[in-house]
Design a protein around this ligand. Structure first.
Ligand code: EPZ
Length: 417
């Protein structure tokens, strides 16, 4: 396993290009299952999860390949309905093949993803909604077995906002008979990107980006050439890194229109963020101060930025409370930040952070994707050397992070653990 060795204390300066969004690319790649003809995606990030998804698409019977920032997927004869456990256990988003397989093939056998570091992450909302469209499910030795004689439109009200659930249902409804209405639907920009992709393939969808989405099923969908949106979470991570190290960065390809809540909170803390014609310029400005943060579904503050803003608050003045309302166990980074000298007290779903003057470098352990990112940005500002272990978590969602940071002046290198 690899680790990152970081010598902290150097300000980041320069320009960084934001990569394509992992959380937009994954559902859009699974939507390839719905298509009658080849599709090309551009601005695809080179990430572990992308390669896992392409591997799974090949197992399902498609021809999927990746070549320097672009992916191509071609239908190749008979689809195979089974998504095997050894792949699904490495990437929970594999459950997003469920809706497309049922819509296209009338059957699916998908390993139950199981929990992960940040929570149980059940898929009950996906299954209940798909049952309303005419699917039936059995649970057989750790696999979800789904069957349908043909999906039909339905009115679905989600008990709680679910990004993956909304995405699975969008894909299932695109080829179903009749109209499907999704209420209390997720409004995340990545859900909108998926809807825009499906529309580019011939789907009839309105209301995406609002809590009520309407989908009129069509006979078939055909491939196109589609650019994946930029990654608002990667961009937010670099904003935090610039603020923490006291440098100045220009972010190219930043999806500013999808980042209001992040910009607003960082500006409240004292971060200077200016939208310029050739990119987004960010620098610390004066002293940073802690603010209260609550993670909620889009357009609220994103849970995927919670660990990163906590790291920033650890070295800001005053104190603030972070409430995590989306996942039940998303404070795994707290213990590791405390090893670096952070002052954090957790009780139930809240973390009370009191800023300290400096963090101190230490060996720390990554536990999940965004926790790893928060440990890296903490290491960039800490006094001394930080070793972040098990960074395969980081490689799932950040394209060449140490390479991008080296180009910005950070003293960071990858080594074998
Ligand atoms: C997506 O996960 C993202 N992953 C997550 O990003 C992100 O944190 C999350 O949305 C919330 O924004 C991808 O897009 C690949 P949910 P998803 O369904 O779809 C509960 C990252 O770091 N729930 O919106 O799994 C669930 O347990 C990752 O990039 C049910 O109870 O999230 C959670 O508490 C982490 N039953 C809440 O809803 C269900 O059937 C939100 O989950 C589905 C979800």
């Amino acid at each position: 396993m690899d680790k990152l060795i970081i010598e902290g204390g150097l300000p980041l300066r320069g320009r960084v290009r934001v990569s394509g969004s992992k959380n937009a690319a994954l559902p859009i790649l699974f939507a390839s299952i719905l298509l009658d003809s080849p599709v090309t995606y551009t601005n695809v990030p080179n990430l572990r999860d992308i390669h896992t998804t392409l591997k799974l698409l090949n197992i399902l019977g498609l021809e999927a390949g990746f070549e320097s920032g672009a992916a191509e997927v071609k239908p190749a004869g008979q689809l195979n309905p089974e998504a095997p456990y050894d792949l699904v256990k490495t990437m929970r988003a594999s459950v997003l093949c469920l809706g497309p397989l049922l819509a296209r093939l009338g059957e699916a056998r998908v390993a139950l993803p199981g929990g992960c570091a940040i929570g149980a992450r059940p898929v009950n909302l996906h299954l209940t909604a798909l049952e309303k469209m005419g699917a039936r499910f059995d649970l057989d030795s750790g696999y979800i077995e789904g069957k349908t004689s043909g999906l039909h439109g339905a009115k679905i009200v989600f008990d709680q906002v679910t990004v993956g659930g909304t995405e699975n249902l969008l894909m299932a409804a695109a080829l179903a008979k009749g109209e499907t209405i999704l209420e209390n639907a997720a409004r995340e920009p990545e859900v909108v990107d998926l809807a825009n992709f499906l529309i580019a393939c011939g789907a009839k969808i309105t209301g995406h980006g609002t809590p009520v989405i309407r989908i009129e099923g069509v006979e078939s969908l055909s491939g196109c050439r589609y650019p994946i949106m930029s990654d608002r979470i990667e961009a937010g991570t670099y904003l935090v890194a610039a603020a923490m190290t006291g440098g100045e960065l220009t972010l190219e390809n930043c999806p500013c229109e999808a980042m209001d809540a992040v910009f607003s909170k960082l500006r409240e803390m004292g971060v200077v963020i200016d939208e310029a014609p050739d990119g987004l310029v960010v620098r610390r400005g004066g002293e940073l101060k802690c603010m209260d943060v609550t993670t909620i579904p889009y357009p609220g503050f994103p849970t995927d930025m919670q660990a990163q803003i906590m790291a920033l608050m650890c070295v800001s003045s005053g104190a603030g409370t972070i409430r995590e309302t989306i996942f039940e166990n998303r404070f795994m980074h707290v213990q590791e930040l405390m090893r670096m000298g952070a002052d954090i007290k957790v009780s139930s779903q809240s973390a009370f952070v009191r800023g300290v003057t400096r963090l101190t470098g230490a060996p720390v352990m990554a536990s999940d994707l965004r926790a790893s990112a928060s440990l890296v940005v903490a290491g960039l500002t800490a006094h001394g050397v930080t070793e972040v272990q098990r960074i395969y978590h980081l490689d799932r969602g950040y394209e060449a992070m140490e390479v991008k940071l080296q180009a910005l002046g950070a003293r960071i290198k990858r080594a074998k653990e």
